[in-house]
Design a protein around this ligand. Structure first.
Ligand code: HEC
Ligand code: HEC
Ligand code: HEC
Ligand code: HEC
Ligand code: HEC
Ligand code: HEC
Ligand code: HEC
Ligand code: HEC
Ligand code: HEC
Length: 509
């Protein structure tokens, strides 16, 4: 027979309701937790008050099952006695989902310490690596959800350089661009599901906004997260949205997760693209994220057949956001991020692709992408557009020649990227009309990478072929909107505009 620890005994002796409200354990906050609550707390035994220590710690135990004395062995079956089903916050997905998660199955999922003290390897998979049944507190007070740590601190204790998890997410968050996981605190709430919880004034992104530690697996790291499903309308229209709760542990389409914070379901910062509207597959042109794209030309196939990433893509490929927004350490010989199985952690956690150069985009891209105009006399370099060239052939840009090609329908691609330096005047700001005296960059003619419905010039919003001009390009003669029209056959078209001091009134190809 084993006796209760003295601290417990003092509370067990006076097994009355009044005592349960003041009974202390752990960091002396038990009575403030969901377990210690006298009206809604633990309630296994009808003869013992709700929220009382005795619900889990019987006075004596024969034979000895566990240390300390508990009503059953000290492992997850104890928790499952009361937590077989989904949690009240709808985030804990239940016993069955937990059983197949990486955290339950990995032999390395045990707390490394030092604070709180390390758990033994035999504790791998236990809820107790992240939770304490008694509650804990820090300088800010009670830590919610019976967690041992606040927010990302719990995750990064294992997902850092020293492990035991194999993926170092801590290093990703320290990069030049990162989701505000560590920089925003105290905003996330468990079970939050209102659109306003993710919008203006509440912008945040904790690990648990994108992952469910009770359900995620190596093949499905996003399993068990809440997300918004779209029902698309006609081209250009914002879709209607339906929230899918975290308790739905069916396969997650990554973009549905991103739409929780980056679409008009909520309120994203001014100037940010409504990605649900711009990626609608009914639109004239968009990168293919929700479904296959609109460009089925042989030249499109040729373009995709020459990227640095393998396997080469095709006009029927569907991408994820993370194929462009991901870890910049991923090899550029890999096309689709989901197909990558190496040691570099995938996902849009952070990126230093800009290299600190303000002329390059800092939008958490997996490879460098020049966003500002080039200065006069600077030669073309593939390093300005590494991101695009992971999937698209560099051939069209590798020549000053203007003869027809099989890997692009715009035979003047190379001409613009290599041969126009010195023409025109003005600065390097892509938003200043008339600016540009260096060689062209992709963004001048493909300003919104996601799709043409996000074009800065209203008249460009229904264009095909990803063509939408930047604000430094203006209409022919210097006034009005720049325009482009495809010709009767693929490989022909015309532009009416003024850029880099050149009037196209129109120019045809
Ligand atoms: C929901 C069930 C549950 C309730 C209620 C509960 N405990 Fe525990 N207690 C546990 C578990 C499980 C452990 C083992 C913890 C571990 O292995 O980390 C434990 C461990 C302990 C220990 C050993 C030292 C430690 O902290 O690990 C003491 C002492 C203790 N509990 C006291 C109490 C007291 C006092 C109360 C009431 C104020 C209480 N417990 C309420 C489940 C519970
Ligand atoms: C005797 C029943 C019982 C046992 C055993 C039990 N719980 Fe609970 N637990 C509850 C009740 C009741 C609640 C409050 C209602 C709810 O959230 O489902 C709760 C709530 C929770 C919460 C949510 C806390 C919050 O602030 O909302 C967590 C986390 C939790 N339990 C973890 C555990 C873990 C881990 C174990 C095993 C060490 C465990 N529980 C064992 C009954 C139990
Ligand atoms: C890897 C860490 C980790 C492990 C392991 C873990 N949890 Fe959690 N759990 C969390 C975090 C973090 C939250 C808070 C989520 C939030 O803030 O949105 C949470 C929240 C909860 C909640 C409250 C949300 C709800 O749906 O009511 C319950 C209940 C819960 N966990 C139970 C469990 C049980 C039972 C186990 C073991 C079978 C377990 N957890 C294992 C990290 C973990
Ligand atoms: C006690 C250590 C520990 C803690 C705490 C922890 N993890 Fe893990 N996590 C692991 C281990 C071990 C794996 C299995 C894969 C591996 O070894 O890297 C894993 C796997 C995962 C996976 C699945 C992807 C994969 O590589 O299998 C995700 C997603 C994940 N963790 C997210 C989180 C989040 C979010 C938190 C915080 C709420 C968290 N982890 C807390 C140790 C931990
Ligand atoms: C829970 C909310 C949330 C979710 C879910 C989310 N994000 Fe974010 N994201 C943010 C916040 C907050 C920022 C900081 C800027 C802002 O407020 O938009 C941000 C910033 C970004 C940026 C940088 C934007 C810039 O202006 O440079 C990119 C790119 C991005 N997220 C991509 C994604 C992708 C891809 C997904 C889906 C895998 C995703 N996000 C899911 C909240 C979220
Ligand atoms: C084909 C590559 C590609 C894909 C796929 C892609 N993005 Fe982007 N995204 C970019 C590029 C390039 C930029 C930077 C644009 C710039 O600086 O001109 C960007 C910028 C952003 C920004 C900040 C600026 C803005 O336009 O709002 C957010 C937020 C963002 N992306 C989120 C997402 C989300 C969410 C998805 C999936 C639903 C996604 N992206 C899919 C390439 C991509
Ligand atoms: C804005 C959403 C978002 C946030 C916030 C976020 N992640 Fe992720 N994470 C992802 C996505 C998306 C993937 C999967 C990428 C893929 O499969 O292409 C991923 C992948 C992972 C993986 C698996 C990596 C691999 O290569 O197997 C782990 C582990 C992980 N995240 C842990 C974390 C931890 C820990 C945190 C907090 C410190 C966190 N994530 C924050 C979106 C997010
Ligand atoms: C001077 C304007 C201009 C610049 C600069 C430009 N493009 Fe284009 N691009 C076009 C036009 C116009 C089309 C449409 C051709 C057609 O279908 O008639 C096009 C089409 C494309 C296509 C579709 C496949 C094809 O037919 O080639 C891809 C991919 C593409 N561009 C990538 C890029 C990349 C990557 C860059 C920067 C390295 C870039 N473009 C720079 C004007 C431009
Ligand atoms: C991860 C792979 C990937 C990356 C990176 C990528 N693209 Fe694409 N892109 C595609 C695919 C796949 C299509 C085919 C869509 C279709 O067939 O309609 C495409 C199509 C296009 C089109 C033609 C769209 C149309 O409707 O005709 C343009 C223009 C384009 N991309 C430009 C770019 C630029 C500029 C970049 C760099 C900022 C870039 N892409 C980065 C995969 C990628």
């Amino acid at each position: 027979m084993q006796r209760l620890p003295p601290v417990l005994k003092t509370c067990a002796l006076g097994a009355v309701l009044a005592l349960a409200t003041t009974a202390r354990a752990g960091d002396l906050v038990f009575h403030l937790t969901a377990h210690g609550n006298v009206t809604a707390g633990v309630n296994r035994l009808s003869g013992v008050p709700r929220g009382h220590c005795l619900q889990c710690h019987p006075e004596r135990q024969t034979p000895v099952l566990s240390s300390p004395v508990l009503f059953t062995v000290n492992n997850n079956t104890l928790c499952f006695t009361c937590h077989a089903a989904t949690g009240a916050g709808q985030f804990y997905a239940g016993q069955t989902a937990y059983a197949s998660s990486s955290h339950a199955t990995s032999a390395n999922m045990y707390w490394p310490g030092p604070t709180p003290v390390a758990r033994p390897a035999t504790d791998a998979g236990k809820c107790l690596n992240c939770h304490t049944p008694h509650g804990a507190r820090d300088a800010q007070g009670l830590i919610s959800n019976l967690e041992r740590f606040r927010e990302e601190a719990a995750c990064l204790g294992c997902h850092d350089a020293t492990g035991p998890a194999s993926t170092n997410i801590s290093a990703e968050l320290a990069k030049r661009a990162a989701h505000p996981v560590a920089t925003v605190t105290g905003v996330h709430l468990v079970g939050e599901s209102a659109a306003t919880a993710f919008g203006t004034g509440k912008r945040h992104a904790e690990c648990v906004d994108c992952h469910n530690p009770h359900a995620g697996t190596a093949a499905g790291p996003l399993t068990g997260t809440s997300r918004v499903r779209v029902t698309n309308g006609v081209a250009g229209a914002a879709p209607s949205f339906t929230l899918v709760p975290a308790t739905d542990t069916t396969a997650v389409k990554e973009y549905e997760l991103c739409f929780k914070c980056h679409s008009s379901w909520t309120t994203a910062p001014a100037g940010q693209t409504d990605l649900a509207r711009v990626l609608n597959p009914a639109n004239e042109s968009m990168h293919p994220v929700e479904g296959v794209g609109k460009n089925t030309s042989a030249q499109m196939a040729g373009s995709l057949d020459g990227g640095t990433g393998l396997p080469h893509l095709s006009p029927t490929t569907v991408l994820t956001c993370a194929d462009c927004h991901s870890n910049d350490d991923l090899p550029r010989t890999v096309s689709l991020v989901a197909g990558y199985t190496g040691a570099v952690p995938r996902g849009p956690h952070g990126s230093s692709a800009s290299g600190g150069n303000a002329a390059f985009s800092n939008a958490m891209l997996r490879a460098p992408y020049r966003k500002d105009l080039k200065p006069k006399a600077e030669a073309y370099t593939v390093n300005d557009f590494t991101l695009c060239l992971v999937c698209h052939a560099s051939g069209p840009f590798g020549t000053t020649g203007t003869t027809a090609r099989t890997d692009t329908a715009f035979r003047f691609h190379g001409f613009h990227l290599r041969s126009i330096s010195g023409k025109g005047s003005g600065g390097q700001d892509i938003s200043v009309a008339g600016a540009g005296q260096g060689n062209a960059i992709c963004r001048e003619c493909h300003y919104n990478t996601h799709g043409t419905r996000g074009a800065p010039w209203s008249g460009n919003a229904t264009y095909t072929r990803g063509v939408n001009f930047s604000p430094n390009i203006v209409g022919a003669g210097g006034t009005g909107q720049p325009t482009w029209a495809p010709g009767g056959t693929v490989g022909t078209g015309s532009c009416r505009l003024s850029c880099h001091g050149m009037n196209h009134a129109p120019e045809t190809y």
